[in-house]
Design a protein around this ligand. Structure first.
Ligand SMILES: Nc1nc2c(ncn2[C@@H]2O[C@H](COP(=O)(O)OP(=O)(O)OP(=O)(O)O)[C@@H](O)[C@H]2O)c(=O)[nH]1
Length: 319
């Protein structure tokens, strides 16, 4: 059996001052009766300076905070409480030891009531959780950037197919709710196989990126979406746009890409890179589902290819 005597007050005081968290003891009047060494360099107050002063007098900004509520609950109702770091801003104005203009330490605070000699007290324990909070923030940032990247085409930087699918579904529903129009363009670079065969795949990739950026620059409304639909195929969702308006816009896109004068392979129909575009709109019967709208635009695109390429065809145009 351990027969060593209990440590004296001096040993306890040393231990309390060495512990790696803030310890503050308040009496029933919320006045500070203990202020450990950890608090001193982080608050800028020595124990002698705060002893006997009310906590809210030392830190007026705690008024109305969750810490004040927890202290009240401890001293009046004998209830323990914790104030986790994630719930808003760090309650105590504590900074990294010795840096009084640095960032606040992220804190997890626990308030624990106890009685001694018939008096009620509470212990306020403050732990520095800055590292954990930092890690959590970095993980959240990383998750957010992964999420954003998962909707962007890695090669061209415009929306990818997944983004397109989500946007088309959303915009079609919105158009139906509001009784508005919506048009879809499917665009394909003409004779792109010949381009790759002549210039090589790397130049092919660069060409795809240039065309994608040119296309995105032509869609100016916030709700418009330009996406890479497949290999050398692009799509544009144009909310609040009728078939005839979309046809006009498709022609402007086609003319803009042609005006870039990107040299094409000798085997291509034109000396420069061109687009064929199929247009469909949801203002026609039966084109209220994404799949039906895509199929209609695809048929129109096929007709544009068959008709000689470098042209715009709308679904329903006479063959
Ligand atoms: N460089 C590059 N080429 C791609 C990519 N995705 C698809 N392609 C190429 O695009 C070409 C498409 O060829 P086809 O579908 O035969 O059509 P096309 O030659 O464009 O002819 P038309 O569409 O009929 O005018 C194929 O050679 C694919 O390899 C890509 O990410 N990078």
């Amino acid at each position: 059996m351990n027969t060593k005597p209990e440590p004296g007050g001096a040993v306890l005081a040393r231990a309390v001052n060495l512990v790696n968290c803030g310890l503050v003891v308040l009496d029933a009047a919320q006045e500070i009766v203990l202020w450990n060494g950890w608090m001193v360099p982080r608050s800028g107050y020595s124990a002698a300076r705060v002893q006997g002063r009310a906590l809210l007098d030392v830190f007026p900004e705690l008024r109305g905070s969750r810490v004040e509520a927890a202290v009240l609950a401890a001293l009046t109702d004998n209830i323990s409480a914790t104030v986790p770091a994630s719930q808003g801003r760090s309650p105590f104005p504590l900074r990294e030891a010795g840096s009084f203009d640095g960032a606040r330490i992220d804190q997890a605070v626990a308030v624990i009531p106890f009685s001694e000699g018939g008096e009620r007290y509470c212990l306020v324990e403050i732990r520095d959780v800055s590292n954990a909070v930092d890690r959590e923030r970095r993980l959240l940032d990383h998750a957010e950037s992964l999420r954003a990247r998962s909707y962007v085409d890695g090669l061209t930087g415009i929306a990818n197919r997944r983004h397109f699918d989500v946007a088309l579904d959303r915009e079609l529903r919105r158009a139906q709710r509001n009784g508005g129009a919506l048009s879809l363009l499917l665009m394909d670079i003409d004779s792109f196989k010949a381009y790759n065969d002549h210039f090589g795949h790397q130049d092919g990739d660069a060409c795809l990126t240039t065309v994608a950026q040119a296309l995105a620059a032509m869609l100016k409304r916030p709700a418009d979406v330009a996406a890479r639909y497949g290999g050398e195929e692009f799509a544009a969702i144009l909310p609040d746009t009728t078939l005839e308006q979309a046809r006009a816009h498709a022609n402007a896109i086609r003319a803009h890409v042609a005006s870039l004068n990107l040299p094409h392979a000798p085997a291509a129909a034109r000396p420069h890179v061109t687009l064929s575009i199929g247009v469909a709109a949801c203002d026609r019967d039966g084109l209220t589902e994404p799949a039906a709208l895509i199929e209609a635009a695809d048929k129109a695109l096929y007709a544009a290819k068959r008709g000689g390429r470098d042209r715009v065809v709308a679904y329903g145009d006479p063959a």
